[in-house]
Design a protein around this ligand. Structure first.
Ligand SMILES: [Cu+2]
Length: 212
């Protein structure tokens, strides 16, 4: 009897310890994710401005993206829709191969207050950033921007040569003619949703810039 009983409680104790350890580890991981989500969702993309390395065009590889951007797209999906803010005329310029695509639209703020764009997500791309093209000394440079303010009652066009979205890591085959759902995240914790038509790389725009 004695020989039979001893090993059992010992073994149980061991299993409980293992279980506790597993639970703790899981809780710690959950906390890490929550903290990350808070950092991304509430402080928006302030961190991202640090990466604002300029890159002449979008054909280069590697823009310093990381898992945080993918977490952000999940955060945006859970945001409530913003009233009195609209995204119209949205379209994506599809570039061949692994080159990032670009997104353009007209953002209309019908509110009596400023709105601030802090990020974006798309249903067909895992990685979406807000970019701005600047022309300096005859060169066109692009940088990630952490905040874009649109004044009360104002509209702002995201267009070639100016603000635009950069979309990378397609999670499905994206073809010309497709409609891609895009969400624009506001600092208020709300989002604006739009359907964007996928157009060919050579699409001519009023600004007539081949690069964006
Ligand atoms: Cu860009």
């Amino acid at each position: 009897m004695i020989f039979g009983l001893f090993p059992i409680p010992q073994r149980r104790g061991l299993e409980e310890k293992r279980l506790n350890f597993a639970q703790q580890t899981q809780e710690e991981n959950v906390m890490k994710v929550v903290r990350l989500a808070a950092a991304i969702g509430l402080q928006s993309v302030l961190v991202a401005s640090v990466w604002a390395a300029s890159h002449g065009d979008h054909t280069g590889q590697g823009h310093g993206h990381n898992a945080a951007m993918q977490k952000m797209s999940g955060t945006i999906q859970n945001m409530p829709l913003a009233d009195n803010v609209a995204v119209n005329n949205c379209w994506l310029r599809l570039l061949p191969g692994s080159a990032p695509s670009a997104g353009y639209f007209l953002l209309q703020n019908n509110r009596p207050d400023n709105i601030v764009v802090v990020g974006a997500a798309a249903d067909a791309f895992d990685d979406v950033m807000v970019h701005q093209t600047r022309h300096e000394n005859g060169l066109s440079r692009m940088a990630m921007v952490s905040e874009v303010v649109v004044g009360a009652g104002q509209k702002l066009e995201f267009k070639p040569g100016g603000y635009h979205l950069m979309l990378e890591k397609p999670n499905r085959q994206v073809q010309v003619g497709d409609m891609v759902g895009v969400s624009i995240a506001l600092k208020s914790g709300e989002k604006v949703a739009a359907k964007c038509e996928v157009k060919p790389a050579a699409t001519v725009t009023p600004a007539a810039h081949m690069s964006h």
